[in-house]
Ligand binder design. Structure first.
Ligand SMILES: *Cc1c(COP(=O)(O)O)cnc(C)c1O
Length: 360
């Protein structure tokens, strides 16, 4: 067996410890005589798995009691519709468009009401976060929507927008649990777990209780109402049971690593290794305005598509995989999520230096 350094944007690297534990428990989960994949989601043993996972997430993020945690399916993309269907009481919402995912969410919301694009960074290929300190927030907006970390373009909000009292909804798919957050500043925090937490198939939604009501847009399916899932503690129907179990293991790993303060420090150190090199290199350069750089997704280019392709190919042969940039931007992107060890980033930078020398 040999494992590569996997810089995929998602599904992405998971902590090796977690994978090993899951392997050990594959055939017989803690004396139950079966795999977690095979057990009833209504069993006592599974109930303990999902309850523990929720409690560990609450501990890690210090989620206040008036917020519900839901483990859902449908990917982050399904939330693009669920959010307006459930929250657009006035049929008005404001969207800040800082990348492809925010744009898709905005376009989807336009199907249900008036979705205003109140700011965008599309003029410069989404390479920065617009100033959000005094935006024209609509008086009757039901919420203000952001994508907090832009997976494709490598930008991150370092300060939340001033929503002028309106509910903030944030897609945190690619920065979930990468650093501490003040949950009380948000109405909704959600993300697909396949970027920074667990296997594809689980979406975690953290929602302030007063936003969870029966007052949804007419025709909203039962399965797309938050109330359905909140009232049933994510067990209205069969949840993505195995995926939740793995997420639970990652939460325990994060606790063992020292929690989100420790992860933030580790992630800052890791990202600095790569950004410092990019800033000093004469071959590679980062594509994002330095103040808005993501700790999780680091896009970079040489400025020459053939050289980029050569780099990606040679990197892969050396065991650094999935470094090709998103098809809409080109170049390279290194996703360095929580589970990417510091050593992986150090070795990547060593490899880049060697490549730069050889191709000077
Ligand atoms: C990957 C991603 C999505 C889409 O996730 P799916 O689970 O594939 O629907 C949405 N938002 C962000 C920020 C992402 O990184």
């Amino acid at each position: 067996m040999s494992r590569v350094y996997n810089f995929s944007a998602g599904p992405a690297v998971l902590p090796e410890e977690v994978l090993k534990e899951a392997a050990e428990e594959m055939l017989d989960y803690q004396g139950s005589g079966m795999s977690v994949m095979e057990m009833s989601h209504r069993s006592k043993v599974y109930d303990n798995i999902i309850k523990t996972a929720e409690q560990d997430l609450r501990d890690l993020m210090q989620i206040p009691d008036n917020y519900k945690v839901m483990f859902l399916q449908g990917g982050a993309s399904q939330q693009f519709a669920m959010i307006p269907m459930n929250l657009m009481k006035n049929k008005v919402a404001d969207y800040i468009v800082t990348g492809q995912w925010a744009k898709k969410a905005w376009q989807e919301a336009s199907r249900y009401g008036k979705a205003n694009k109140i700011a965008s960074s599309e003029d410069k290929t989404f390479s920065y976060i617009p100033d959000c300190s005094d935006l024209p927030i609509s008086e009757d907006a039901d919420y203000v929507y952001i994508c907090e970390n832009n997976t494709i373009y490598g930008t991150k909000y370092k300060e939340l927008p001033n929503t002028k009292g309106k509910t903030l909804v944030a897609d945190v798919s690619s920065c979930f649990l990468s650093e501490p957050v003040d949950v009380s500043k948000y109405g909704v925090i959600y993300g697909g777990v396949q970027k920074n937490i667990g296997p594809a198939g689980v979406v975690i939604v953290i929602m302030r209780e007063d936003l969870i009501t029966e007052d949804v847009l007419p025709g909203t399916p039962t399965m797309l109402k938050y109330k359905t899932h909140a009232d049933a503690d994510s067990l209205y129907n069969t949840p993505p049971a195995y995926g939740i179990y793995i997420c639970g293991k990652v939460f325990q790993w994060l606790k063992k690593m020292g929690g989100l303060e420790a992860m933030k420090k580790r992630n800052e150190e890791k990202a600095a290794i790569l950004y410092d090199y990019l800033d000093s290199s004469s071959l590679f350069k980062g594509t994002v305005v330095p103040k808005d750089r993501s700790l999780m997704n680091v896009p970079f280019v040489t400025g020459d598509a053939d050289m980029d392709a050569k780099f990606v190919k040679e990197a892969e042969a050396a065991g650094f995989v999935n470094l090709k940039g998103h098809r809409t931007v080109g170049g390279m992107r290194a996703s360095i999520y929580n589970a990417m060890p510091k050593e992986g980033v150090e070795k990547l930078v060593e490899f880049m230096k060697k490549f730069e020398e050889e191709n000077a």
